[in-house]
Design a protein. Structure first.
Length: 207
């Protein structure tokens, strides 16, 4: 191979390897930051649903306390009194017991249906959160491998004498970089997709 051609090829090889290593280091950082941001949004949505359930449970508790003694005693034997609605686990337990009641605890409102929808939404967002935690691993690992390949190729470049080997490694690096970029973008798009609106209706909350 001509000396000038070999020199140009080696320069291109170094540029490619260096660019891949730097680009994917930046991509890893950006993906991690986006994941942190997106997951915090999910946590806020889950907290909002918990707060809504807590408010609805507290309202029901207040209305039950206004019932006559016989009614209160009957309901007290059916589900917990919800003395402490602060822990999220207590809110969930309370709502589940309301959902499982054979009849509405207080007439004039669909308490069981509203709480069932809230529970469904909480479970849905929790599942999305778990899914995000799974897919983010591949969105970090694949670019990290690509970055390491770029670094190793850059360091090993001077030891590669054959032009054919340089061509082969450049093609392999480019293919891996294209795959890693496509994979990461696909994961980010999946995380970016907004979950469906909660099923708990404004009508129910305003009733």
């Amino acid at each position: 191979m001509d000396t000038s051609v070999a020199s140009n090829l080696f320069t291109a090889y170094n540029y490619l390897s260096s660019a891949i290593a730097q680009a994917f280091a930046a991509l890893i950082a950006l993906t991690a930051m986006f994941y942190i941001y997106r997951r915090q949004m999910l946590k806020n949505q889950i907290k909002e649903l918990y707060d809504r359930g807590r408010s609805l449970s507290a309202l029901l508790k207040t209305m039950l306390n206004s019932q006559d003694i016989e009614k209160r005693e009957k309901m007290a034997n059916t589900f917990i009194a919800a003395e402490n609605l602060e822990p999220e686990a207590n809110v969930i337990d309370y709502m589940r017991q309301i959902v499982n009641l054979p009849e509405e605890p207080v007439k004039g409102r669909d308490w069981r249906e509203q709480m069932r929808l809230l529970l469904d939404d909480i479970n849905k967002f929790k599942e999305i959160d778990k899914h995000f935690q799974k897919i983010i691993k591949s969105a970090i690992i694949v670019p990290a491998i690509t970055m390491l390949v770029g670094i190793v190729a850059l360091l090993a470049g001077p030891k590669i004498g054959s032009g054919l080997w340089l061509y082969a490694i450049m093609v392999a690096e480019s293919a891996l970089a294209a795959f890693a970029l496509g994979w990461t973008v696909a994961v980010v798009i999946r995380m970016l997709a907004e979950p469906k609106e909660p099923k708990e209706s404004e009508k129910g909350r305003g009733a």
